[in-house]
Design a protein around this ligand. Structure first.
Ligand SMILES: [Zn+2]
Length: 421
């Protein structure tokens, strides 16, 4: 190169091309904030090691048994902590975010069809759904949204967002609800989440996202390329213990995301590369999975979780996050103590039976349209039906054994039925 100045400019520009994109654009703060918490509270590492050990054991146990899994719904509360009026986002904008979470986690996202066939083959329906809480921690009806005006700038960066006495909003019981704080953060932050075992203090456990990246309408609509609600999909992945697809740190081929089916990846992606896109870690074949929600590609470029990521998330939901499975937060019926009254109003006879059973509903519940499912002991579903007041079922074609009759209107209501021959 004849011109040394031009040469160094070109060298600089080439170097820029290979620098991590978070230095220029918006970035998720989960890994950096976790690293900072570990530096202050090294005991977090012990919890993380235990959880990772459990995760490996749980996944290998699942692979040994052909267990029938079922869809689970987990309750979410959204705490809107706003400084400027436009940060006090509408209920419709919040609902648009819940819709995106449900589409992405159930593989119902409209852009899934753009996923290359090679990656469609490993893409997962995670079988987790999200509902805005309908019952608050006191057992009262709620729309699952709290609203707090604050005078603290960039409250998402402070210890205040999870503290009502300091200008934020206290979490609802972190073991029963996924707390999402929608609040102001520093320029460049797309938000963050606390992977299981890493929140310090535990009240901060949850997800934090700026209002302009939350949902797909209202103030989120202009946040291209982060305008389709996939920041929350990405952060919810972290909440359920997923690492970035390139690994827990800043990159390189020695890092891994602990997921077998995601291709090794050197750094985060940006924009929307053309398929196949290869890098130094995966130089051939289908290249890297830049369509993955745990990458940094544009929202309209992200389309999938993998089956391996699904298993890691389900391990979290059956381990450190298992308390969400028995939460009453999503119950459609008002008042959790209704459950006992309801169960007392259900009569099943004869039980044990060898053929016919009659289900009778008494009292105020008799007039309600109730939806039921019948499972065996390993969770295999045999029947689903609706009824009011009285129904007769013929179970003569079912094998002998113990079954569970679950009323979907009361998510925790289960009745045992024994079939003898
Ligand atoms: Zn992230």
């Amino acid at each position: 190169m004849k011109n040394p100045i031009l040469s160094s400019i070109i060298t600089f520009l080439i170097a820029l091309l290979f620098m991590p994109s978070f230095l220029f654009g918006q970035a998720c703060q989960t890994s950096h904030k976790r690293t900072a918490r570990i530096a202050q509270h090294p005991e977090i590492l012990e919890d993380m090691n235990q959880i990772n050990h459990f995760t490996e054991e749980w996944i290998s146990a699942q692979q040994m048994t052909a267990q029938v899994r079922e869809l689970v719904t987990v309750p979410v509360v959204v705490h809107v902590v706003w400084l400027e009026n436009d940060e006090n986002i509408s209920e419709a904008q919040i609902m648009s975010q819940i819709d995106v979470l449900n589409e992405d986690f159930r593989k119902l996202n409209a852009n899934f069809s753009t996923t290359p066939a090679a990656f469609q083959a490993i893409a997962a329906d995670v079988e987790i759904e999200f509902c805005l809480a309908s019952i608050d921690p006191n057992g009262n009806p709620t729309n699952g949204i709290t609203r707090t005006q604050t005078n603290i700038q960039e409250i998402g960066e402070t210890e205040s967002f999870y503290d009502s006495s300091a200008g934020g909003h206290d979490p609802w019981d972190n073991t029963q609800y996924i707390n999402i704080w929608v609040c102001n953060q520093e320029e460049g932050s797309l938000g963050f989440a606390t992977p299981p075992g890493t929140a310090f203090p535990e009240e901060s456990d949850g997800v934090v996202i700026p209002s302009v990246y939350f949902g797909t309408i209202g103030t989120a609509a202009n946040s291209v390329p982060n305008h389709l609600g996939r920041t929350a999909t990405h952060e919810m992945g972290h909440y359920f213990n997923l690492e970035h697809i390139w690994g827990p740190g800043d990159g390189g081929c020695n890092e891994d995301d602990f997921i077998a089916d995601t291709p090794s990846q050197e750094f985060e992606s940006g924009g929307c590369p053309n398929f196949p896109f290869t890098d130094g870690c995966t130089p051939n074949g289908n290249g890297i999975n830049f369509q993955n929600y745990l990458d940094y590609s544009d929202d309209d470029c992200m389309t999938m979780f993998t089956e391996g990521q699904k298993m890691r998330m389900l391990a979290a939901l059956n381990g450190p996050r298992a308390s969400l499975l028995t939460s009453n937060g999503c119950n459609a019926m008002v008042a959790t103590n209704d459950l006992n009254n309801f169960e007392n109003s259900v009569r099943i006879f004869p039980n044990p039976t060898n053929q016919l059973i009659t289900i009778t509903i008494e009292n105020t519940y008799a007039s309600q349209n109730l939806n039921w499912e019948l499972f065996d002991m390993v969770g295999k579903k045999y029947l689903e039906f609706s009824m009011t007041e009285k129904k007769e079922l013929n179970l003569s074609n079912l094998p002998e054994g113990v079954y569970y009759l679950s009323c979907l209107n009361f998510s925790k209501s289960v009745k045992k039925i024994v079939i003898t021959k």
